[in-house]
Design a protein around this ligand. Structure first.
Ligand SMILES: Cc1cc2nc3c(=O)[nH]c(=O)nc-3n(C[C@H](O)[C@H](O)[C@H](O)COP(=O)(O)OP(=O)(O)OC[C@H]3O[C@@H](n4cnc5c(N)ncnc54)[C@H](O)[C@@H]3O)c2cc1C
Length: 343
């Protein structure tokens, strides 16, 4: 093993995942330079091990007490303006940067474009993995390119949006073809001519109530932060991973059939003719909001968020998730899909 590879053993992960699951990593590397990944890839003992790339641990459910995979904790730091195009300023941040701090930094540079995604927990490197989004905006809308290290051949290369295959909470990195890739940095194209994105009614109403008819990026960010603080539990106080289930997308005919029985079903027509159902509404209608199974619970203010009420194991959270999936499927014929990655 290379002498400079910071490999540790039996490292507690409870403060490295926002569910606060008390798991331990048998082998753990804090990646502060890309060379650490190259060193792992060429090490005969470490290279064959399964890997868990860890950012802020805010979209993970660790279901076991011991994580057998080699944990690569991304701590690459740095952010800068790297160039301009006719209509955008290009900003780049390395994978370990905190996402919200990066959004704040872009705003401090006078650059809008990421404000709707303020306060999403986690790292910049994880932002393209599930194409994070909030309040009508997604990472793919402001994405320029990213750099990856590929464990398959030990190379480093740049990928554009097409290669990342972004979808709703999805990208190539969540599929077999992307499993060998580790994101090292991400570059965003932030528009020179910024206009507010007020497609999300609650955000538009909040800004209108403040008299901000033509809000600045800072005002939009502040409104987003205020709404999020009101609606979502702070992981520093109560363990959670944000929305636990994706909003299911169903054929229009299925939605029409459901509306016959539940006229107040919350649904949104998609450009391809399908319908996206509000998973929180489905869970709420099954009576799960505010309930708990052991130490795992459903957040009383938002049925889509599962919480660790204190000392819950990953298996307890998973048992609650399965009970909810079964109930929703029995009532509505729709199987909810978890959003966090199961480890
Ligand atoms: C309170 C709360 C609110 C949330 N709100 C939102 C929201 O509004 N919208 C939204 O989209 N998400 C939301 N999330 C989910 C989460 O914040 C995002 O998915 C975030 O991008 C996860 O970042 P992370 O660094 O914590 O990733 P982790 O949880 O550490 O990892 C998530 C996945 O990404 C992989 N990964 C991480 N870093 C890298 C890398 N550098 N290269 C390759 N793979 C990597 C991991 O292996 C894992 O598969 C919320 C979570 C919480 C707790």
């Amino acid at each position: 093993m290379p002498a400079d590879l910071p490999l540790s053993h039996d490292v507690p992960l409870d403060t490295f995942n926002t569910f606060r699951i008390p798991a331990r990593a048998r082998r753990y590397v804090r990646v502060t330079e890309p060379g650490h990944l190259a060193a792992v890839a060429t090490d005969p003992a470490l290279a064959p091990l399964p890997r868990l790339v860890l950012g802020g641990g805010s979209n993970l459910l660790i279901a076991h007490d011991d994580v057998e995979a080699l944990v690569l904790h991304m701590a690459l730091a740095g952010k800068e303006i790297v160039g301009t195009t006719d209509d955008a300023v290009l900003v780049r941040a390395r994978a370990g940067e905190n996402w919200h701090a990066f959004v704040e930094w872009t705003l401090a540079q006078g650059l809008g474009g990421l404000e709707s995604m303020a306060l999403i927990p986690g790292t910049v490197g994880a932002s393209p993995i599930q194409n994070i989004g909030a309040y009508g905006a997604e990472v793919k809308d402001r994405f320029h390119s990213l750099t990856v290290f590929d464990f398959a051949d030990g190379t480093t290369r740049t990928m554009d949006a097409g290669a990342c295959r972004f979808g709703y909470r999805d990208s190539v990195f969540k599929h077999a073809e992307g499993a060998s890739l580790v994101v090292l940095d991400v570059t965003f194209a932030l528009p020179r001519a910024w206009t507010p994105n007020l497609r999300y009614a609650e955000l538009a109403q909040a800004l209108a109530a403040q008299g901000s008819a033509t809000p600045t990026p800072r005002q939009v960010a502040d409104a987003v932060i205020a709404i999020r603080r009101r609606k979502l539990p702070d992981p520093a106080e109560i363990g959670n991973a944000g929305s636990f289930f994706k909003n299911p997308v169903v054929p229009r005919e299925q939605c029409v059939r459901l509306l016959e029985t539940w006229p107040d079903l919350v649904h949104h027509a998609q450009p391809d003719g399908s319908e996206k159902l509000a998973a929180g509404w489905l869970i709420d209608r099954c009576g799960w909001k505010g309930r708990h199974l052991g130490r795992a619970g459903v957040y009383p203010k938002q049925a889509l968020v599962l919480v660790n009420n204190g000392g819950a194991t990953g298996a307890e959270i998973l048992a609650l998730a399965r009970a909810i999936q079964d109930d929703v499927e029995a009532r509505f014929g729709v199987r909810l899909e978890p959003e966090p990655v199961l480890v």
